[in-house]
Design a protein around this ligand. Structure first.
Ligand code: SAH
Ligand code: SF4
Length: 420
């Protein structure tokens, strides 16, 4: 029996503070950092440097089975297995391919509360549509150029390597969209994920594991291939804050990804934004806020969460963020035909964005449709007029092209839809 926290079709505020169980699986090596792995090995009477071998195998070589970690002695592999240890990485069980190259995966999380979550791969998908900020002249772009140069000089070395080569890969850069919860409690009225209700939180290993499973599938060479992460899949990351940030630390410290190439999106969980503002800048992803409406009245109707944390409280929290050089806050704005897409709304949005006092931009997302919704997707010219109105107000604005709508992989469409 699944736990339904959100009454279906309810516009009411949901019990967000309620403790939601995770999926603690003590036998999984995946999800443990180097220090925790050293602790496990010490318990087996093994030296701590063996932990580095497991980190290399699990997080860099994407090995998902203890028996295949050949750097460990056969005895140790057998001993770990006999003690009930497994790697326990989430695994892709089904993949749907879109005509535009996007892939949506059903990913199985092992453990006592086994669940399926969704993760999306968008090749060449970071021209702003993924909301990762790489469509602007930010510091990340400089870093990108630098890494492109490094890659060119590494070409010869790479071709001599025996590790999984990407010679056949048909993408130059990609974005992975990651889920933070199974379902969501926030109940935004335009979002398919909301219809699932909240089933449970994902653990840090399950969040980071989605990324590693996808890196494995595409033989991604971290540090050489351009991969961005967006925490914009199922769930509200800031209502699973500790696991989300623990996943970020794993992805940065153990997998080797840069937090400047990660963006987390929140519907406006004020205590979460305040905690996030205190994170060290070398661990903090970029921040996107799902604004989605020009004022409290409309936002309260389409996002019940606004009744708990209205726009002014979200803006006050955002103002605490200490941005890195060239970094901008992103505001996401879903254009609902006739509801949030009028020219006067654009002027209101511009005023709100200016109130942050921070460098910011707006990513416009034309509403992605789903069954049983009464909203409309605005015409492309309406979206363009809205964008132009923001730009005329001095606010950089971009229209995010939908990716993978045909396979229910686009924003707000993740609902474990099994039909392609
Ligand atoms: N829960 C977080 C992150 C996941 S949702 C959040 O809400 O920010 C990612 C983005 O998709 C959000 O900006 C959300 O407003 C948007 N979204 C949700 N449903 C959508 C839909 N049907 N069409 C377009 N965008 C949608
Ligand atoms: Fe949850 Fe985000 Fe969907 Fe709102 S838009 S219901 S916060 S996943």
């Amino acid at each position: 029996m699944m736990l339904r926290v959100v009454p279906k079709n309810s516009g009411q505020l949901v019990p967000l503070d309620r403790a939601v169980p995770g999926n603690e699986s003590p036998a999984s090596l995946f999800g443990l950092d180097a220090a925790a792995l050293a602790g496990v090995l010490a318990g087996e009477g093994e030296p701590s440097w063996r932990a580095d071998q497991i980190v290399e195998a699990v997080y860099h070589q994407y090995i998902s089975d203890i028996s295949s970690i050949t750097t460990l002695s056969l005895d140790l592999r057998r001993k770990l297995t006999a003690r009930g240890w497994q790697i326990g990485r989430p695994e892709i069980t089904k993949a749907f391919q879109s005509a535009d190259g996007t892939e949506r995966y059903l990913i199985h999380c092992a453990g006592p509360k086994a669940e399926t979550v969704e993760t999306v791969w968008m090749p060449d998908g970071d021209d702003g549509e993924a909301g990762d900020g790489s469509n602007d002249e930010s510091g990340a772009s400089d870093e990108t150029r630098a890494s492109d140069e490094t890659r060119a000089s590494n070409e010869t070395r790479a071709s001599n390597e025996t590790r999984a080569s990407n010679e056949t890969k048909d993408w130059r850069r990609a974005t992975i969209c990651v889920s933070s919860q199974v379902g969501c409690a926030v109940n935004c009225q335009f979002c398919l994920t909301a219809k699932l209700g909240l089933q449970r939180n994902l653990t840090a290993g399950e969040i980071a594991g989605q990324v590693v499973a996808v890196l494995d599938r595409h033989a991604v060479r971290v540090g050489r291939d351009r991969v961005n992460l967006v925490f914009m899949g199922m769930g509200e990351p800031f209502l699973n804050y500790d696991n989300f940030m623990a996943a970020v630390r794993l992805l940065v410290h153990e997998v080797g990804l840069s937090p400047q190439r990660m963006t987390v999106s929140t519907s406006g969980i004020v205590p979460g934004i305040e905690r996030f503002a205190e994170e060290p800048s070398d661990l903090r992803p970029k921040l996107a806020i799902s604004l989605n409406a020009p004022n409290d009245q409309i936002r309260g109707e389409i996002m019940p969460i606004n009744r708990k944390w209205p726009i002014s409280s979200v803006i006050d929290a955002v103002r605490r963020i200490r941005l890195r050089p060239h970094e901008r806050i992103t505001f996401e704005y879903v254009l609902l035909g006739g509801v949030t897409d009028r020219p006067e709304h654009a002027r209101e949005v511009a005023r709100l964005v200016r109130r942050t006092g921070l460098p910011a931009k707006v990513n416009l997302i034309a509403w992605n449709p789903g069954p049983d919704f009464h909203y409309a997707t605005p015409k492309p010219e309406t979206a363009e007029q809205f964008r132009a109105a923001l730009v005329a107000e001095g606010i950089p604005a971009y229209i995010r092209q939908p990716r993978g709508r045909d396979i229910f992989a686009a924003c707000g469409q993740l609902k474990r839809t099994v039909e392609a």
